[in-house]
Ligand binder design. Structure first.
Ligand SMILES: C[S@@+](CC[C@H](N)C(=O)[O-])C[C@H]1O[C@@H](n2cnc3c(N)ncnc32)[C@H](O)[C@@H]1O
Length: 253
């Protein structure tokens, strides 16, 4: 084995083991260049927050993003988190703002949202799964559901390269909008977009894959996929970034 190969693999193993918690990509700054969608989801959230009194943030991750909207949050905000390791992290981050974190995973079949009917007038969801019927139930009439989603064709190239099927191939604007309409929502606005992501080194890609493990095979490990990663090092790929957003309203009777 050449020294180069050993050095590269050793550096990537370090990235693989790097401590991670929450949902924070700032470590990759300068090592990842990505295009951004033409809409500004944060501004849409802030505008909606200024008109809302009872807000739910669905799938808050480590609470990082909700906290970034702190200036515009009303007094009554609740967050949910479904991935167990992030529940205490989000709770600790959001407690100083008086925001409780409730365990709830929209991907658990038939799990009811742990809230009263009509409890919220705004539900935010960035990059989290959803259960349209439950959302309809917990929103008050006139309430708004605002979401940005990662499209099912995001990172298509990674699935091709590593030979793993896409994790959420049916996750499209059409399908999500249909499920929301079937639940009773009106879709007021929506858009979809595709752009590009470029990783400047394979260590950054390894780190990213550990944050977003659904983009690679379940058994992903630097040593198991060493040849593939060394190949990517020679020919750095461009990955597809796929996003859509929509604003849905529960009609007044
Ligand atoms: C993609 S994150 C989005 C978090 C937040 N809404 C945001 O926009 O920054 C959505 C969900 O994936 C969860 N998640 C993060 N890492 C995960 C992992 N390794 N396995 C399973 N779920 C994970 C997060 O905790 C969160 O509930």
């Amino acid at each position: 084995m050449s020294v180069d190969r050993e050095e590269l693999l050793a550096a990537w193993r370090v990235e693989e083991e790097r401590h991670r918690e929450g949902w924070d990509f700032s470590y990759l700054q300068g090592r990842l260049t990505e295009e951004e969608p033409p809409w500004d989801f944060d501004t849409s959230c802030r505008t909606a927050l200024r008109e809302a009194e009872h807000v739910l943030d669905l799938g808050t991750g480590g609470g990082e993003r909700l906290l970034s909207l702190a200036d515009d949050l009303p007094a009554d905000v609740i967050a949910t988190e479904g991935w167990e390791p992030n529940v205490p992290i989000a709770a600790a981050r959001l407690a100083p703002r008086g925001i409780p974190v409730v365990r709830y995973d929209p991907e658990t079949p038939d799990e009811a949202m742990p809230f009263e009917a009509g409890q919220f007038d705004l539900v935010l969801n960035r990059h989290e799964a959803l259960d349209a019927r439950e959302l309809y139930r917990v929103l008050a009439p006139g309430g708004v559901f605002l979401t940005q989603q990662v499209g099912g064709d995001d990172f298509t190239e990674a699935h091709e390269i590593f030979g793993s099927p896409a994790s959420y191939p049916d996750h499209t604007l059409d399908n999500i909008a249909t499920s929301l309409r079937e639940a009773g929502f009106l879709i007021e606005d929506s858009a979809e977009w595709k752009g590009r992501m470029v990783f400047h080194d394979i260590g950054a890609l390894v780190y990213y894959f550990n944050l977003v493990p659904w983009d690679v095979p379940n058994d992903f490990a630097v040593d198991r996929y060493a040849d593939t990663l060394l190949d990517l090092h020679q020919r750095p790929p461009t990955f597809t970034k796929s996003r859509f957003w929509l604003r849905a309203v529960k009609p007044e009777p």
